[in-house]
Design a protein around this ligand. Sequence first.
Ligand code: ATP
Ligand code: MG
Length: 237
Amino acid sequence: MRDIVKKFGANVVLDGVDLDVYPGEVVVLIGPSGAGKSTLLRCINGLEKITSGTIEVDGQLLSYQEAEINRIRSRIGMVFQSFNLFPHVTVAQNIMMAQRDVLGRSTSEARQRAVELLDRVGLAEKADAYPDSLSGGQQQRVAIARALAMDPAVMLFDEPTSALDPELVGEVLHVMRELADAGMTMVVVTHEMRFARRAADRVVLMADRQIVEEGTPEQVLDNPTSERGQAFLRQLT
Ligand code: ATP
Ligand code: MG
């Protein structure tokens, strides 16, 4: 991302953001409410249109032509706070749908991939269950499997554990850690500082529409240099 500016009307939400995320890298994005973290993620996959600047994903400049944006979106997995599974179909069907509709996979290929991924997130036995019968942590793991089924180049997570009961947070973070260890490129917005310390290659702290700190978890979380960064981290503890 180069010199990204995003305005909603007269409201400047991102003001000159530069961010590189390299293949295999895990970037954790932190910062106060309203800093623009969600907006930044939404710009990466074209859910929001930037006002100026450039975004390149997987070697391709992001344009907003419909065919182009759909192609890029299919390379980007996104997991939100609310899991948004389709309630009227089974877990496996949730994971199969876009594989068939977007990637053109056959039902049997899509089913096989769904079963593999459910196994990977620890839910092999839930393939034919309906989402409503699952806990929040299980539903979020299905949402992760669903995103992975598209073989994305990068996974974006926007506070994936914020809506969960505390005892269910760990199982989702565990799946994310495994994904990170397996070399997935990830951008994660989270308030889970332990996850940031353990899984992040780089922590990026946003405040006041800009990136104010960037570095290893130790650099950013233990030795922030900006006043905004220091203020944000102080109120966490
Ligand atoms: P939080 O930690 O609360 O999720 P955030 O860092 O994700 O905050 P954003 O949701 O990106 O912050 O919001 C940044 C700013 O952009 C806020 O002032 C918000 O009100 C504004 N904003 C976000 N989406 C829109 C929209 N669709 N229309 C108008 N303003 C918006
Ligand atoms: Mg947000």
